[in-house]
Design a protein around this ligand. Structure first.
Ligand code: SF4
Ligand code: SF4
Length: 495
């Protein structure tokens, strides 16, 4: 299928679904069906892909409406029918598609896109930790907080997230593996059809038996932090000698047990030169993704704010990352949304020089590198950059909700509590979440930047430096004047 006809199909898809009548119908059909025990759209999809044979009359109608829309969308993305059925046999994919459809129903086809519920939630399940990392956003330590939710309340919270339509739930901390009931939580999320992940320092996974237990519980994805390719640099960051060795073993064990493994490295002035060697190590260990974490001055990170990279240093490391990806098996991503700007600049330059893209047909985004070519790269505007409050949200050990884990625990940016508030109205109407999502609300220079939909700046860095969620991200070369201003201020604002 040619790109022009693919784009036409996408436009046709937009015309079909992005109008008030169809959006109303989609909202109506995205409700819970008591007879069939699930979201009506999810049940319709089960009927379409054949994993369910019978359903009530209303779910059958929902299938009749959904089937042609899915066909047009699949055509737009150049996916054959058989491939689509194969993908959507997986409950996480079905949940993802339902989330997109509900997003269209509630919010229309926006730039960037807002789904019907967060695609990913990171739940800091405990503040207890077995390491003492100098850059910890959670200021986690040895003990748990006194107000952490009970096991029963966490399970109730998972039910609420499942009902709202969340797709991925990543347990983080502190260190999630030292929570006594973590396996119970993973199992429960998995049984609810949620894709279960952990973000861990990997020490517990140095035991292969432990990895097997997690896998049996339903764990599918492990993000393991590794801040350097050399033990002395990693251990200095992590505050405990011997951590490196166990973490590397943990990565290997997870790979060997067939988990999807992402190695995460937080970059600061103290370790960014280690990036190429750390990518190579992660590649050698068999990890699928390497995620370059942007440093955000929050939690204990405030104490090492002077280790934040300058805009030029960040651009250099992201450029190196993009260039490196062309030669590696492992996929490289970054939580620095400027990765999209850097990659687009490089590719535009290459196009001018060689008249064609010299790179893999990849559109870098904050959490995902979809392989799209030519005009389909326009889809990057929908996927967008910073996902805070848009694709993504975070939960604290006491159930408090924030747009992203890198926001400070201040009442100005707390958007509610999972146990005491109704989740869905927060997602639909909360003002702060809309400030994070709406890129036309950004302050200069992000506001008039041509990358605002694919990057948009890190809203957590903006908030932690300027106490304003719409402020410019001072870590970008296009915002250098703000970085210099901060440098010259004696008491720059950080929390
Ligand atoms: S100015 Fe803002 S939106 Fe533009 S690239 Fe920089 S951080 Fe991203
Ligand atoms: S605020 Fe946005 S860019 Fe920054 S870490 Fe959170 S989701 Fe990523």
């Amino acid at each position: 299928m040619g790109e022009a006809s693919a784009v036409n199909a996408i436009q046709l898809f937009r015309t079909i679904v992005d109008n008030p009548i169809m959006r109303r119908i989609l909202r109506g059909f995205s409700k819970h069906c008591d007879k069939d025990g699930g979201n009506r759209l999810e049940i319709a999809l089960e009927l379409i892909v054949g994993v369910r044979k019978k359903a009530c009359f209303k779910c059958q109608i929902s299938k009749k409406i959904l089937a042609p829309i899915i066909r047009v969308a699949a055509k737009g993305f150049g996916v054959p029918d058989s491939k689509m059925k194969e993908k959507f046999a997986d409950p996480a994919w079905r949940r993802g598609l339902v989330n997109v459809i509900r997003g269209i129903g509630w919010f229309g086809v926006r730039h960037p896109f807002v789904p019907g519920a967060p695609f990913q939630i990171v739940w800091n399940i405990t503040k207890a930790c077995n390491l003492k990392c100098i850059h910890c956003y959670e200021s986690a330590g040895g003990k748990k907080d006194p107000d952490e939710l009970s096991t029963e309340d966490v399970l109730k919270g998972i039910d609420r997230l499942a009902d709202a339509g969340c797709v991925i739930l990543a347990f983080s901390g502190g260190e999630p593996t030292i929570h006594p009931d973590i396996l119970k939580f993973i199992k429960h999320a998995h049984q609810k059809g949620i894709y279960a992940a952990v973000a861990t320092n990997g020490l517990a996974f140095a035991s292969r038996e432990t990895v097997k237990e997690y896998k049996r519980a339903g764990l599918e994805f492990a993000q393991i932090s590794l801040d350097a390719a050399h033990a002395e640099v990693h251990d200095k960051f992590r505050g405990v000698p011997g951590a490196f060795e166990k973490t590397v073993k943990g990565i290997k064990n997870c790979v060997d047990e067939g988990l999807f493994v992402e190695v995460a490295m937080t970059i600061t002035k103290a370790n960014y030169k280690e990036m190429p060697a750390t990518v190579e190590l992660a590649d050698k260990l068999g990890a699928r993704w390497f995620m370059l974490y942007n440093f955000v001055p929050v939690g204990r990170g405030v104490e090492i704010i002077d280790l934040d990279l300058t805009p030029d240093e960040r651009e250099q490391v992201l450029t190196l990352c993009w260039e490196k990806m062309k030669t590696m098996r492992i996929d490289l991503l970054s939580t620095a949304p400027q990765f999209a700007k850097v990659a687009q600049d490089i590719e535009e330059r290459n196009m001018k020089l060689h008249k064609e893209s010299s790179s893999r047909d990849v559109v870098p985004t904050h959490f995902y590198n979809p392989q799209l070519s030519g005009q389909l790269k326009r889809l990057a505007d929908f996927i967008g950059g910073c996902g805070a409050g848009r694709f993504y949200m975070s939960i604290e050990p006491n159930g408090d909700l924030y747009p992203c884990v890198f926001f400070p625990h201040e009442k100005q940016v707390k958007v509610g509590n999972l146990l005491t508030d109704d989740f869905e109205p927060i997602w639909r109407y909360n003002e702060l979440l809309w400030e994070c999502r709406d890129k036309d609300k950004l302050a200069e220079n992000c506001r008039s930047c041509k990358y605002k939909y694919t990057c948009g700046g890190c809203r957590a860095r903006a908030y932690n430096y300027f106490h304003n969620v719409c402020a410019p991200d001072p870590g970008c070369t296009l915002n250098k004047e703000y970085w210099l201003k901060l440098k010259n201020m004696k008491n720059r604002h950080v929390n």
